[in-house]
Design a protein around this ligand. Structure first.
Ligand code: PAF
Length: 280
């Protein structure tokens, strides 16, 4: 497995792969890899001639400086896992390599970026679009893999691909959970053992709500989830939105859309956790 820091070296690797007629899969990550990332890499390795995994904690998508500083960085362990998974190339650039000058591009994904994370993390999706579009331009992958845990991010990346006319397939992969239900996240590494137990109330509330929804209105179901979080000491709800899975706009009743997803963000201490569940 090759580990490169520069775009030139990445291009040299890709030129050889392309010359050999190999398709290219890209898995963009910010490192601190876990089984959720591993599922994306495994799928890419299966579906492409070569797999490139980028490991880059992208500063432009952090609207909270403390969050950026706290973000776990574990490149050595990440590379060990990636090698074992059959990754061909890890692209782990410095901030200067990616942003030799400030990226002033402003994206507009209205209305997808005007709700949920777009409200609570202003500028976040602009930063995601900046880095992901750069990665697509560097790598020109045939396929790129993203987790459904970041449900809004996935919708926005699909929209960015449409707007910018990138010629690649976006592959969304299901959330990977611990056996007890906790959605895998790099941020879980920041939880104390007690907080990790507390955080289980999030997935539990979501799972319970699926059955509850069969007998209750959307508003009642939403309230049930909100109450379950409020009743758990150590958790603070930022938002719980039940949205149309295509437009991400809130829906008022179960009959209002064919594809409905509940998206939640909760603080467990200082650690911001997100999760989602599909109702229909
Ligand atoms: O989902 C992530 O880890 C990041 O937002 C991404 C897509 C790698 C861009 O930095």
């Amino acid at each position: 497995m090759l580990v490169v820091e520069t775009i030139d070296k990445l291009h040299a690797f890709l030129a050889e792969a392309r010359a050999a007629g190999k398709s290219v899969g890209l898995v963009p990550t910010m490192g601190a890899l876990h089984e959720g990332h591993a599922s994306l890499v495994k799928r890419s390795v299966k579906e492409n001639g070569v797999t490139v995994v980028s490991v880059f904690v992208n500063p432009t998508q952090f609207n909270d400086k403390g969050d950026l500083e706290r973000y776990p960085r574990t490149l050595e362990a990440d590379c060990q896992l990636l090698e074992a998974l059959g990754t061909d190339c890890v692209f782990a650039p410095t901030v200067e390599e990616v942003y030799p000058e400030p990226d002033t591009r402003v994206f507009d994904f209205d209305p997808l970026d005007k709700v949920m994370e777009g409200v609570y993390r202003p500028g976040h999706f602009n930063g995601v679009a900046q880095i992901v579009s750069k990665l697509f331009m560097y790598v020109e992958p045939d396929r790129a893999y993203f987790g459904e845990k970041d449900f809004q991010q996935l919708a926005i990346i699909r929209e960015m691909v449409r707007q910018m006319d990138f010629k690649l397939e976006i592959v969304g992969c299901p959330i990977v959970r611990e056996a007890d239900g906790l959605a895998l996240s790099s941020r879980n590494a920041l939880l104390t053992p007690e907080q990790r137990v507390t955080a289980l109330a999030i997935s539990k509330a979501l799972f319970t709500s699926v059955d509850y929804a069969k007998e209750h209105s959307l508003e009642e179901t939403k309230q049930m989830v909100e109450q379950a979080i409020a009743d758990t000491e150590g958790l603070e709800l930022e938002y719980y939105e039940v949205v149309n899975g295509d437009t991400l706009q809130p829906v008022a009743a179960w009959d209002d859309a064919d594809y409905i997803v509940g998206c939640i963000t909760v603080y467990c201490g200082k650690v911001r956790l997100i999760d989602n569940i599909r109702y229909k």
